[in-house]
Design a protein around this ligand. Structure first.
Ligand code: PEP
Ligand code: MN
Length: 337
């Protein structure tokens, strides 16, 4: 159960509500949705006198919910959230974020940025800090890579999405990035979630390869409850017994999450399939299912990429993919941004 206080309610009124509920044996947890205090209750909620609470000063409404997350929930906020990144509103038209898995060098990222821009992408992706399964694999160019991404933004005007892997790097990555990506492997790195929650930058939160939807939304809740309302979710496939694809895209997560949460929802067809040949068909499916955007690995020379080349498409293939997705978007009443 959640009690939503009116926007700007006096702190004395909030304290009164919290104290009274605690005296009923409930645990009350205070968080904020903009100017409105939210009091989440757990314990013997059946004993809560809802009609009485509704009349306490400052109370806007009492929401009977048993969802573990609050700020991410459609119960609290039925209207869809749009996350602004420069002049792009993620959650309105379908966005295409494309670029290489890793930033490998200045020339490579500038070529990639130019290619994805010409293909019609809305934003540029590229990893400067790479979470690699093997410690012997290319780990990324770190700050040097961030500088090349910033240069690519200057050249193309495309906003930059890049991964941050540790709390201590949030300030550095924020100096260069427009959107902070939290990778699948870090979805339950709670210190990192809190750190990006304290940042001003929008956050793209991948689903963990072993996360249930509820666990993933609770990870989003860490960011929201730390004060950052700008969270974009990204389904990137989960690990199953199937080995033909790198992961198994949970396409039903798109409408399922949209029922549960107001946050915008993207699909990553590259990591979910692990196969270049499947990326276009899966992108069409994602748009048809209602995704708010796509996160796609695109490289000027995929066969010689330092990471994930086998699932990366060329800028020419991206242009074709966007054309096909435009037709699908129109069929389901959307536009490509
Ligand atoms: C990536 O986007 O390059 C990446 C590492 O993705 P994920 O965290 O989904 O594996
Ligand atoms: Mn990758």
């Amino acid at each position: 159960m959640i009690i939503r206080m009116r926007a700007g309610a006096e702190s004395g009124d909030v304290d009164f509500v919290v104290a009274r509920l605690r005296s009923l044996g409930l645990s009350a947890h205070l968080s904020f949705d903009g100017d409105s205090a939210l009091i989440g209750l757990s314990g013997p909620v059946d004993a809560v006198p809802v009609g009485v609470i509704q009349r306490w000063r400052g109370v806007e409404r009492v929401l009977p919910t048993n969802r573990a997350y609050r700020l991410a929930s459609t119960e609290l906020r039925p209207e869809r959230t749009e996350v602004r990144v420069g002049d792009v509103a993620v959650g309105r038209d379908v966005v295409v974020i494309a670029g290489p898995c890793s930033v490998e060098g200045r020339d490579q990222v500038l070529r990639a940025a130019d290619g994805v821009k010409k293909a019609g992408a809305t934003m540029l992706r590229g990893g400067a800090f790479k979470p690699r399964t093997s410690p012997y694999s290319f780990q990324g160019l770190a700050e040097e890579g961030l500088k090349y991404l910033a240069e690519a933004r200057e050249e193309t005007g495309l906003a930059v999405v890049t991964e941050v892997m540790a709390p201590e790097f949030v300030p550095l990555v924020s100096d260069y990035a427009d959107v902070l990506q939290i990778g699948a492997r870090n979805v339950q790195n709670f210190a990192l979630l809190a750190a990006v929650g304290h940042s001003e930058k929008p956050v793209l939160l991948k689903r963990g390869m072993m996360s249930t939807i509820e666990e993933w939304l609770l990870s989003a809740e860490y960011i929201l409850s730390a004060g950052n309302p700008n969270v974009i979710l990204c389904e990137r496939g989960i690990r199953t017994f199937e080995t033909t694809t790198r992961n198994t895209l949970d396409i039903s997560a798109v409408p399922a999450v949209q029922e549960l949460s107001h946050l915008p929802m993207l699909v990553d067809p590259s990591h979910s399939t692990g196969k270049r040949s499947l990326v276009t068909a899966v992108s069409r499916a994602a748009v048809a299912a209602g995704a708010d955007g796509l996160l796609i690995e695109c490289h000027p020379d995929p066969d010689n990429a330092q990471s994930d080349g086998y699932q990366s498409i060329t800028p020419a293939q991206l242009a074709d993919l966007i054309g096909q997705c435009r037709a699908v978007a129109e069929a389901v009443g959307r536009n490509i941004a």
